[in-house]
Design a protein. Structure first.
Length: 608
């Protein structure tokens, strides 16, 4: 009764102050539209008693929900109402009295007045309930984190299209939908924590506009990231290196997103002590990268990846192209990888790079203008795996700087190169590497291990390019490794020396197998009949038009040629070949082993 009298007094006093005598109809209208208005969805008051207009108003008022600000609620104006409607901008909504609730007042979901607690009735949660401004200027980190801490399983957080600026916030609740509605997030959204678990969460409808990581994933199974736009981020979706375990990050679906000028669309990290199978069963489908500045998808190990129906562009302008590398690169080891029906444009280096890949299926893709920064193969299968199974079929390879498919020296297994269309041209569009592509051979498939089983049946178009060959299997390919920016290569040769003659021992080239320019240090060990000599050389060819210089830095051992079994030599270069010239009486059979370091590759003489 106190509440109803208060309502009537407030309304009546307002009308009387204006010189009016309120009628029942006017009071009803005031209840419906004024500060103490109504919500007709709620009706729990008992019927009043008595007759006349006043009693009718009381009966009508008992069915109404008081509309109050949070400040008025805390002043006790809600009285004993079971349901109230809070009118604060951004925090409006129904609150119901809950005698069993013991939560603290958070000015968002629970309001406390004396011993009474009002709990918000909401299936959909809005960040503005928790005090976010959403204006793109105010730091909303604390308010947004309160929202993510509060949300319950099977609820949706609707960001309502506002712009939220924050540092980083974390969601570690399962079965939550984050709905952007066009909202812009300027900050890092973290999903997961140190404890691996299944989330079943969905993130959709956002514009991520941050220069750092947009989304970080930590120990998450089952997550969908779809229909978002990422602008200018470093690692748009970053799977953070975490504890060791198998399939800790798994069943992550990244679908129908747009990536504009980002370094990486997806970056999957791995801790040094973790198995390569820590991440598994990712799907990257139906996405568009309008310039992946470094590598579209990178993973340091992956046990299952479906990479299908994407369109990946890389920059071609002079500034943007400096960093670009791959469309897909998987280091360490991988298995069960499907790359299908993608459009891959203008990779800087290899389009697809697999280290120790096992089951690799590359089907129905368009590869255009691959390897623009230098001489790189379209698909590179690296490492030491002996049980490779690769199916490369029904693709289009249109212009490339290196080979179509290459396998490093230690890789063996089975490769099917079937039904592809290959178009080779010595003049690669937008190529800005230093080496002339017409000066060395290019292959549809190049494999160094004779144990590799290759099935090949494709359609080729290479015009007058005599340097395009179908395949080369089982011949020596340079044994190259890399330490930071330095190349390292090892080669060995046997020389049947005769006094005074020059003998070819190693081919000299750069990492692209081109002899136009290279430089490095070569350490040589010469052995024969139990005798030993060591030499350190500086080898440099600064440009195609310049001669190659071979300078002796130091030497030791039997270097003077006093006897025929002494491994004593001088060194020179001729047409890209490192030669040895016996010194003094040196003659007979010697083993020459060398290791290069720098921007130089040495390889055995049967290299192309």
């Amino acid at each position: 009764m106190k509440k109803l009298l208060l309502i009537l007094c407030l309304i009546g006093g307002h009308l009387l102050a204006q010189g009016q005598v309120p009628t029942e109809r006017e009071v009803r209208e005031k209840i419906n539209s004024g500060r103490l208005g109504v919500n007709k969805e709620v009706s729990s008051s008992r019927n009043g008693e008595g007759n006349g207009a006043l009693e009718g108003l009381l009966n009508y008022s008992r069915k109404m929900t008081p509309q109050l600000s949070m400040s008025q609620v805390r002043k006790g104006l809600a009285d004993t109402a079971q349901v109230i409607y809070v009118t604060d901008n951004g925090r409006s909504g129904n609150f119901r009295y809950d005698p069993a609730n013991r939560s603290a007042d958070d000015s968002a979901m629970v309001l406390v007045v004396g011993n009474r607690r009002y709990v918000r009735e909401a299936d959909i949660i809005y960040p503005r309930f928790f005090g976010t401004k959403g204006d793109g200027e105010t730091d909303d980190t604390k308010s947004l984190q309160r929202c993510l801490d509060y949300v319950k399983s099977n609820q949706t957080i609707d960001f309502q299209g506002y712009t939220y600026k924050f540092d980083n916030v974390r969601l570690n609740k399962p079965d939550v939908i984050l709905r952007g509605g066009g909202a812009k997030l300027i900050g890092t959204l973290v999903i997961g924590d140190k404890q691996p678990k299944t989330y079943n969460c969905k993130i959709s409808g956002f514009y991520f506009a941050t220069s750092g990581d947009a989304i970080e994933i930590q120990n998450v199974r089952k997550l969908e990231i779809s229909s978002n736009t990422f602008i200018g981020s470093d690692k748009s979706i970053h799977v953070v290196a975490g504890p060791s375990g198998t399939h800790v990050n798994a069943m992550v679906e990244i679908n129908k997103n747009v990536f504009n000028d980002v370094n990486y669309c997806l970056f999957v990290a791995r801790a040094p002590n973790s198995t390569w199978m820590v991440s598994s069963d990712f799907t990257f489908e139906g996405n568009v990268a309008n310039n992946a500045l470094v590598t579209a998808v990178y993973a340091d190990g992956m046990d299952g990846l479906k990479y299908i129906n994407n369109v990946i562009f890389t920059p071609s302008d002079a500034n943007g192209r400096k960093l670009k590398k791959n469309h897909l690169r998987i280091d360490r080891e991988s298995d069960w990888v499907i790359v299908a029906n993608n459009n891959f444009f203008e990779s800087g280096e290899e389009s697809l790079y697999f280290e120790n890949g096992k089951a690799v299926n590359v089907n129905g893709n368009n590869f255009a203008w691959s390897g623009q920064k230098g001489v790189y193969d379209v698909i590179a299968l690296k490492g030491t795996r002996k049980d490779l199974i690769a199916n490369i079929s029904a693709n289009i390879f249109d212009c490339f700087s290196g080979n179509v498919v290459s396998l490093s020296k230690e890789v063996s297994g089975s490769v099917g190169l079937i039904g592809n269309t290959v178009n080779y041209n010595n003049k690669l569009p937008k190529y800005y590497g230093k080496d002339s592509l017409g000066t060395f051979n290019h292959y549809a498939v190049l494999a160094g291990n004779p144990a590799v089983q290759v099935t090949e049946n494709n359609s080729y178009s290479y015009g007058q390019a005599a340097n395009f060959k179908i395949k080369k299997i089982g011949e020596n390919i340079a044994n190259i490794s890399r330490d930071g920016g330095l190349l390292s290569s090892v080669a060995s040769s046997i020389v049947n020396a005769s006094e005074g003659s020059a003998f070819n021992v190693f081919k000299l080239s750069n990492e692209y197998m081109s002899g136009e320019s290279f430089s490095g240090i070569v350490n040589v060990i010469a052995k024969g009949s139990g005798n030993l000599a060591m030499y350190q050389l500086m080898v440099i060819k600064g440009a195609k038009s310049l001669p190659c210089e071979v300078k002796l830095i130091s030497s030791g051992g039997l270097t003077e040629g006093k006897n025929n079994n002494h491994p004593s030599f001088t060194f020179k270069e001729s047409n890209g070949i490192l030669q040895v010239v016996p010194v003094g009486k040196t003659s007979g059979k010697f083993t020459i082993t060398a290791k290069s370091e720098g921007a130089l590759v040495i390889s055995e003489m049967d290299m192309p």
